[in-house]
Each structure stands twice: as C-alpha cells, then as structure tokens.
Design a protein around this ligand. Sequence first.
Ligand SMILES: Cc1cc2nc3c(=O)[nH]c(=O)nc-3n(C[C@H](O)[C@H](O)[C@H](O)COP(=O)(O)OP(=O)(O)OC[C@H]3O[C@@H](n4cnc5c(N)ncnc54)[C@H](O)[C@@H]3O)c2cc1C
Length: 406
Amino acid sequence: MQQDRDVLIVGAGPTGLALAIALADAGFTATVLDAQPREALAAPAEDGRDIALTHASVATLRALGLWQRLLPEEIGRIREARVMDGDRQHSALSFNAHGHGADALGWIVPNHALRRVSFAAAAQRPGLRLMDSAQALRIGTLSTHAELEFGTSPGAPHHLRGRLLVAADSRCSWSRRQLGIAADMHDFGRTMIVCRMQHDLPHDDVAYECFGYERTLAVLPAAGHVSSVVVTTDAAAAAQLLALPERAFATLVERQFRGRLGRMQLLGQRFAYPLVAAYASRFAALRSALVGDAAVGMHPVTAHGYNLGLQSITSLTHALCAARAANQDIGAATVLAGYERRHRRDSALIYHGTNAVAKLYASTGAPQRFARQLILRAAQHLPPLKAAITARLTGQGGLQLPGAAP
Ligand SMILES: Cc1cc2nc3c(=O)[nH]c(=O)nc-3n(C[C@H](O)[C@H](O)[C@H](O)COP(=O)(O)OP(=O)(O)OC[C@H]3O[C@@H](n4cnc5c(N)ncnc54)[C@H](O)[C@@H]3O)c2cc1C
C-alpha cells in the first residue's frame, strides 16, 4: 500500500473539492483524485452553467475561504424571483426576501468560477493531496479500511488506503456502481440549453422562470447587463435551437421574454445538457459514502443541485468531526448511518418535488396547464408556502468547523 489517509475522495468537482477542503480544515488527511488533467481542473473551461446559491451555501463557501476568491464581476445577486405561466403578461408567483432579514434571495456564480476557486484553495491546503489525470480502476471496502486502485498512464497502477472512501464523481457515478449502490435514474426526455446574454435594459436583479407551452425559459441575473439564459425543450427542438445563427437565437429569446431586457446578444457559446435526474438508494455503505450529484443529481429547474451538494458535505463533515470527538472510527457504520439519515431528510422532498414540477411543465396538455395555473395561484395566495420556500433560500446555516466562530 502506498499511502494511508483518513478519507479518499473520487472526483475533484466542486463538491469533492469542497469536501476535501472542509476535511483538511477540520484536521483530517484526505486525497482527492480526478480523471481530468491538472490544467483542466485549475483553469476549467466555461460550461455555460450559472449556479444559483442559497444563503446557507454562501455561508459554507465563506467558511471554506472560496467565496472570498471569486471576482466581484463573477457574482450576480437575485433580489426577486418571478414565475410566469404561459402567455400571461404578469407573474403568476413571485418571491422576495422582505421580512426574512435579508436583502437578496440568493446569488448567481458561473460553475467554472466555483471550480477554479475550489481547486486553487484545495491546492494550498496542507494535509490535502490532489491527484489529477488519475483514472480510478478498482474500489475495495473492508471492515478495517477502504482501498482504491488507480492508474496514471504510463506505468503500473497505484494504490491508496483510507478509513473512508467518498464518491463525488457525478450523477452517473462510477464509484457508486463499484460500491454496489443502486440509483433511481429519471430521464426527462428534455434538453437544457444554457448560455450568457448581454442586454440593453437592466435586469434589476430579478430572476424569471417563464413556463411556456413548448419550451421553458429561465433568465437569471448575472453581474452587470448580463443574464444567464436557460431554455428547456425536447431534444429535436434543442438541436434546432443550437443550429440557429446567433442573431436568430437571440431574437427568439427576446420574443419569448417579451422584450423585458430590450435587445439581447449572445455572449460566447450555447451548451446543451440532457436532463437526467438520479437519486441513490443509499448514501452510505461499508466504509463509504456518496456526496454531491453522486448521491442526488437534481433536475436544475429549482437550482438546487450544488446547494444540496454543499449540504451533503456539511452533514458528512459534521458527522466525521462528531465521531472523532467521541473517539469513534470515522468509517463506522453508525457514523455513516447518521450522515445518511440527515442527507435523506434534507434531499428527499426537494428532489421529488422538483421532479413533479419538471414533469408538470414538460406537458403541454390542457389538464396539465390547468393544474399549473391552480398550483401557482394557490402558492401565490398561500403566504405560509411562499414563506417556507423563501426561508429555504435565505435560511442561515452552512458549515461550522470545530473551533470556528459561529
Ligand atoms: C444546466 C445546469 C444548471 C445548473 N444550475 C444549478 C443552480 O442554479 N444551482 C445549483 O445548486 N445547482 C445547479 N446545477 C447543478 C450543479 O451543476 C451540480 O450539482 C454540481 O456541478 C455537481 O458537482 P459534483 O462535484 O457533485 O459533480 P461534477 O461537477 O459532475 O464533478 C464530478 C467530477 O468527478 C470526476 N470524475 C467522474 N468520474 C470519475 C472517475 N471515474 N474517476 C475520477 N474522477 C471522475 C469528473 O472529472 C468531475 O471533475 C446545474 C446543473 C446544470 C446541468
């Protein structure tokens, strides 16, 4: 065996890196391994995703020293969110943070920026080892420890040993499969096109979700006169939208958005994501745990995937710190069962609720349209429901490491 660590993490995406940093800051040793080369991890290419972050997530990013590394022009603010239904001019449902002790519902940050700052911070943490260009080959979990075999070509495979192995390798997780953990996968048969657009009029920090009958359009406020635009439609229509010349695409978005932002212009590329959600049947097994999309891969319509990922690493880190304080083995089944319970409680309702919303809005039939109108009207006129949704976005919380000021 080459090396003994407390925790081995497969996947240096934003969740795996955040976990590695949290564990290093809590005094654990960790190795995080990723198949991508170092350059791609250190300076990730734009991928079109803009991530809406809740207050609790920003608190976690601050606690890990990641938020402070973002550039001011990378951070957009969401003051208000409006949901539009069909061709109606006025919003069917709206949210703001008034009365919740906050001046914003949340923030918007490009995914590649989150990845960049996570890698830079992780690379500077003593106690944390990053293995890039490393292809995981085999996982073994025993009652005493976990083993990981990986290859970096050329040469013989390497071996690592840890008290716990964590899968953070995305929704089609190779590690999850190796651990024998099943997942419910749901293919929505829809594709999401994401891009950034510049516009003449200010967005006033308002986010829009426009549920059209053929396609859904979300427009999220980035910094300046720039918005993150998300179009969801079926695969054939998505292919046509991607093939449209830039000006024709911009005109189509302007029209569906009823010119609210004036003339719009595409900035950079359009990216397509087929929509497949995943929910693992277990979040823990013998000396192993799942975090991030490997545990719960969300449909992006409610913008909760990475927020849940940060919640998973917070719950796992708290569980491991509590185990150490009680002189318990961090890979013990009882410790991991605590993490599993907590993350299931945090994720089950939002996951199934999001899937229900996504399915309702993917249907164009008259009964579904009627159901949508009823639900939106009920939500708009039901203050406790609106308050609960807003509280989820603005609620405090996030990672607290032992010894850190509350
Ligand atoms: C269009 C879109 C919009 C979104 N918007 C939001 C939003 O507004 N708010 C929000 O909270 N979330 C949002 N999300 C979700 C968010 O992007 C994900 O939840 C988040 O990126 C998941 O991070 P992760 O680290 O778990 O996985 P990933 O980012 O997928 O990273 C996984 C890593 O594992 C590595 N890997 C994979 N397999 C292996 C292997 N076998 N060996 C070694 N390494 C491996 C990969 O190279 C990668 O680096 C959105 C997603 C999409 C697609």
